[in-house]
Design a protein around this ligand. Structure first.
Ligand SMILES: Cc1ncc(COP(=O)(O)O)c(C=O)c1O
Length: 467
């Protein structure tokens, strides 16, 4: 005979197993502050979390992020099959390590490393780790090769204000003086113009961006390379360029292969790229490639023996998943040069299409003369600044599900507020049409709700075209 309590427990168990939503966990608060005493059935835990995540934005409508939001089903399968492999366990998973090396070879070739060169590279968790590793290597190389007698001299790094925040982090975390060249009101890239004033014999590298975070533009890399060549000749300072090609590294080689921005330029010593941006892999993979392994001090390579075998490691973290590295290889095989080229060209076409529609609204100006990446940065025309702001438009677009960020540009151009739209492969032309329709509706609403007397103050009445 079961006791009353045991009977009740049995009844609860039976009831719990009927349906996830009939489960008692759905009538109780979800644990938030302490690990619950008892667990719960897997499907219930899944449902609780899955349903809560419906409150997140929709990745397909996320035009803020450069990071991939769609992959083939076969890639998803490969990722799921390899989620249990720690990338760092090279000895246990040697084939994964071979595949990693093959990708480094392919990227070095994509970035035009010379056939007979001793290039080197590694995967990272993203471009941030890749940039940190490259700059640490340049700091060590500078220290080991400097000619100065002043051993206490502080190393410095020179870059434009258009760099991603990770460059500032590097300077702070690794005690390097940050020399940042401000933007101008009408120029949002690093040019060679005043660069010479910022560099000296303790400059460990100049940072050049191929596809800036703020506007998707390209720094004046050829002119900067020429200037560094001249400085090498006249002063004997051998200052390398690290190219931050987080976004551009998987675009430019396919859309403009003749443009020299990579190892074809003499002073480019290292390049990073995000596999999870236009490399078209889900978040969690970046790459850094060095022109020559000699630029990575042996002191930065740590050998560990506790995983079986002798494993060299050059990374900031230790354990990480293998799946995204394998997914990168999947894309390289699946797409090939032609596949990447077709996708990047389509992205550029969609970007031009969208930009044309946006410009025809007569509400926005594009910040850049020409698009080099599938990234559109727009600001409100002056006559609309009293009616609304890009921040309001961004907020209202969010009500339709679109995620389009609004922000101000970095120093010396901070009075310019923009919207940035990053086009990714699963953003079709018809979605572009819908986005423009929503932008127009918002804009129209803002203008109509503007106080009439304010409107009369305008010399020119805002003219909106609806597409
Ligand atoms: C130019 C640039 N560099 C570096 C990064 C950082 O890349 P990750 O997010 O892969 O660490 C970004 C990210 O958007 C970027 O745009």
């Amino acid at each position: 005979m079961l006791s009353h309590n045991a009977k009740l427990e049995k009844e609860i168990k039976e009831y719990d197993s009927l349906t996830s939503y009939g489960n008692r966990h759905f009538s109780q608060p979800i644990p938030k502050f302490e690990i619950p005493e008892d667990g719960m059935p897997p499907e219930v835990a899944y449902r609780l979390i899955h349903d809560e995540l419906n409150l997140d934005g929709n990745p397909s409508l996320n035009l803020a992020s450069f990071v991939t939001t769609w992959m083939d089903d076969e890639a998803d399968k490969l990722i799921a099959e390899n989620n249990d492999k720690n990338f760092v366990d090279n000895d246990e998973y040697p084939q994964t390590a071979f595949i990693h090396r093959r990708i480094v070879n392919m990227l070095a070739k994509l970035f035009n490393a010379q056939e007979d060169s001793n290039f080197a590279g590694t995967c990272t968790i993203g471009s941030s780790e890749a940039i940190m590793l490259a700059l640490i290597a340049h700091k060590w190389y500078w220290r080991e090769n400097r000619k100065t007698k002043n051993v206490n001299a502080l190393p410095n790094i020179v870059m434009g204000a258009d760099v991603h925040v990770v460059w500032k982090k590097f300077a702070k975390y690794f005690d390097v003086e940050l020399r940042m060249i401000p933007m101008k009101e009408d120029c949002y890239i690093l040019t060679a113009e005043h660069l010479e004033d910022y560099i000296d014999e303790n400059t460990i590298a100049v940072g050049v961006v191929i596809g800036t975070t703020f506007t998707g533009q390209i720094d004046e890399i050829n002119e900067i390379n020429d200037l560094l060549e001249k400085i090498k000749e006249s002063k004997g300072w051998d200052i390398p360029i690290h190219v931050d090609a987080a976004s551009g590294g998987f675009v430019i080689p396919f859309t403009d292969p003749d443009f020299k921005w990579d190892f074809r330029l003499s002073n480019v010593r290292s390049i990073n790229v995000s596999g999870h941006k236009y490399g078209l892999v889900y978040p969690g993979v970046g790459w850094v490639i060095f022109r020559d392994a000699k630029y990575i001090s042996e002191e930065l390579i740590f050998n560990v023996n506790y995983l079986g075998g002798e494993l060299p490691s050059f990374s900031l973290n230790f354990s990480k998943g293998s799946s995204m590295v394998l997914a990168q290889y999947y894309n390289l095989l699946r797409l090939g040069m032609k596949g990447y080229t077709n996708i990047m060209e389509n992205l550029m076409q969609t970007s031009y299409y969208l930009l044309d529609k946006i410009e025809k609204t007569n509400v926005f100006d594009c910040l850049t003369e020409k698009l080099v990446l599938p990234v559109i940065t727009i600001k409100l025309k002056d006559e609309f600044l009293d009616c609304t702001s890009v921040f309001e438009i961004s907020e209202k677009l969010r009500q339709h599900g679109w995620i389009v960020p609004a922000y101000t540009l970095p120093s010396n151009a901070e009075n310019i507020a923009v919207l940035r739209i990053v086009i990714k492969e699963n953003f079709s032309r018809s979605m572009a049409d819908i986005l423009v329709r929503h932008i127009n509706e918002i804009q129209k609403y803002c203008v109509l709700s503007l106080d009439k007397s304010k409107q009369q103050k305008h010399h020119k009445k805002p003219q909106i075209n609806i597409y």
